[in-house]
Design a binder for this molecule. Sequence first.
Ligand code: AMP
Length: 129
Amino acid sequence: MASEKEAALAAVPTDSPTIFDKIINKEIPANIVYEDDKVLAFRDIAPQAPTHIVIIPKVKDGLTGLSKAEEKHCEILGYLLYTAKLVAKQEGLDDGFRLVINDGPKGCQSVYHLHIHLLGGRQMNWPPG
Ligand code: AMP
């Protein structure tokens, strides 16, 4: 299986539907931990921490990645962060957690549908390397 970095370098930045659309549309299974009309949060299939959840907007609206954000996206971007806080609380990450947004090939982004990684359950390091 390709490493995360290999997957990211192989990924082509695109506005086409991604695997996350299939998860939103329930065409493929996912371990969903939070859902409302605007966002979906599900466990990462290749967890990098005991708790690793991916939080996405249900409507991509051009947000293939954070670098494509426009002023019109401010509301959903804020809502995604607030959702991350709610899910962290739900997961019992009371002593801390990390949020990560990978952007583009050098940021190791592999799925071109904006998402926040919520990581917790172990001690994080800084700098991340
Ligand atoms: P990124 O590399 O930042 O684009 O993150 C994409 C994430 O999506 C990776 O951590 C993958 O493990 C995760 N992922 C890809 N496909 C699935 C899936 N079907 N279910 C859950 N997570 C997935």
